[in-house]
Write a protein that binds this ligand. Structure first.
Ligand code: AHR
Length: 501
């Protein structure tokens, strides 16, 4: 019997928004072993005819990622995309100053588009607005999306790609507010450039959607003026504003770490408010949506990265090995994104393979699922449809940086067509939580399945040697009785409760 009790009411009348499948996007940057040794390893036993690891493609498909941001990240701000197209043997090897690595350009945008198709995904392409500008942005859209009969589109055809890639979502640079960025800009400088680049890119292909850079984090001194100023310039030309955030349990304070999704929630609310402030100021009818195109836990590898030798191809950078507690935080972040599905249309777990990633590989060896793979895979495979507002009554706690942290973090997603409701829930408490779900709004509700991810040791990880140390388990679930479902959420657990409705 649990002493902690929480209640929630799930009713079909309280519709928040339809989920956009792209909320389950991810990210592959030319960074560390994401591309070289991750998705691409021609000498690997599972490599296909294009040099892509089939075992990795299979895991990406299992993760169900509808869109993948590419090629960066900080990398894109010094990247010449032309170096990565045409005959491979003629491509230059370049110094990548963002990550102090060697970029051999063996994989470029055409190869990546091919990989994405194999992985059942779309490409979300970033253009370089660090060292480059309007002209190159125009040229890459023409190369990728124009059917033919112009210099850049015919060059693509000459490179063997007859049909346009039809890339729909484009990022206008990356983290341009950050002093670490190649070609870092003030908000006014970036806002004007983003506006003009956007205008011209849409002249080439009016069907594209554009993401302007928001702040690289809510702790930046320029946040949220950055958002306001950028949108004052580019409001009419862009469709989304980006958000990035990473968390880490640096001081070993689990209760505080588990609460960090409250910071993500506040960040989203502040960006929505800023977008809507500019909307009001401009007397505009247009809504700017959010692209949370970098989010994750990132801190484990920080020290190790300082020891990595520069100027290698595919060095082992940002190789965080994720714990059970990290999986809980990723679960809380997923729930937070879904609770803002009315404004967050795109989100990218950063990243996908080897670099702060749910999928790890050994060069020439096996691949495996990190702990964070599971909450993401559950949500991306099961939580589609209408996100419902569901009032939660939960006991709360205070931590170092947060007050009133609910032990229960939860969101219901109703797939009307499939007749299924999925309740995603995290129990932040170190003891079981008795959850009472009021389902009277769904007269025929029937409990189906309860999947749990937890472990007696919050520092448990999956490794090459022990890839199944942290894996989801099924638990028995009681019946819905008089419109109520009683479920026990184990201490410190991620839960997927499936209900037929
Ligand atoms: O995802 C890793 C890095 O984090 C990205 O390159 C950059 O955009 C962010 O700072």
């Amino acid at each position: 019997m649990s002493n902690l009790k929480a209640r929630m009411t799930i009713d079909p009348a309280y519709r928040l928004a339809e989920t956009d499948p792209r909320i389950y996007g991810s990210f592959i940057e030319h960074l560390g072993r994401a591309v070289y040794g991750g998705i691409y390893d021609p000498s690997h036993p599972t490599a296909d005819e294009d040099g892509f690891r089939q075992d990795v493609i299979d895991l990406v498909k299992e993760l169900n990622v509808p869109i993948v941001r590419y090629p960066g990240g900080n990398f894109v701000s010094g990247y010449r995309w032309e170096d990565g197209v045409g005959p491979v043997e003629q491509r230059p090897v370049q110094l990548d100053l963002a990550w102090r690595s060697l970029e051999p350009n063996r994989v470029g945008l055409n190869e990546f588009a091919r990989w994405a198709k194999k992985a059942n995904s779309q490409v979300m392409m970033a253009v370089n607005l660090g060292t480059r500008g309007i002209e190159e942005a125009k040229q890459i859209v023409e190369y990728c999306n124009h059917p033919g009969g112009s210099y850049w589109s015919d060059l693509r055809r000459k490179h063997g790609i007859e049909q346009p890639h039809g890339i729909r979502v484009w990022c206008l640079g990356n983290e341009m507010d950050g002093p670490w960025q190649i070609g870092h800009k003030t908000a006014d400088e970036y806002g004007r450039l983003a506006q003009e680049a956007a205008k011209v890119m849409k002249w080439v292909d009016p069907s594209i959607e554009l993401v302007a850079c928001g702040s690289s984090g809510s702790k930046m001194a320029t946040f949220p003026d950055w958002e306001r100023i950028v949108l004052e310039h580019a409001y009419d030309e862009v469709d989304y504003l980006s958000l990035h955030t990473y968390y880490g349990n640096r001081d070993g304070d689990l209760a505080n770490f588990l609460a960090c999704s409250l910071d993500m929630d506040a960040f989203i609310r502040a960006v929505v408010a800023t977008c809507d402030f500019v909307r009001a100021k401009k007397r505009s009818n247009k809504t700017i949506y959010l692209s949370f195109d970098e989010w994750n836990v990132w801190f484990h590898s920080n020290e190790a990265d300082k020891q990595v030798e520069p100027w290698q191809v595919g060095p082992p950078l940002l190789e965080d090995v994720y714990t059970m507690e990290d999986a809980l935080v990723v679960g809380c972040m997923l729930i937070t994104l879904l609770k803002h599905a009315d404004r967050v249309r795109i989100a990218c777990l950063a990243q996908l393979v080897n670099v702060i990633a749910p999928i790890m590989t050994e060069n020439g060896g096996p691949s495996w699922r990190q702990t964070i793979f599971y909450p993401f895979a559950h949500a991306s495979n099961l939580a589609h449809g209408v996100v419902l507002y569901a009032p939660v009554e939960s006991p709360k706690y205070d931590s170092k940086d947060f007050t009133d942290v609910p032990y229960l973090e939860a969101v219901p997603v109703w797939n009307e067509a499939a007749g299924e409701m999925v309740l995603l829930a995290v129990n932040r408490a170190e003891e079981p939580l008795a959850l009472d779900v009021d389902l009277r709004g769904f007269p025929n509700a029937r409990s189906e399945e309860h999947i749990v991810l937890t472990h007696p040791n919050m520092k448990a990880v999956n490794t090459k040697e022990r890839p199944n140390e942290v894996v989801p388990q099924k638990r028995s679930i009681g019946a819905v009785d008089a419109g109520r479902l009683a479920v026990e959420l184990p201490a410190l657990s991620w839960n997927v409760i499936r209900i037929r409705v």
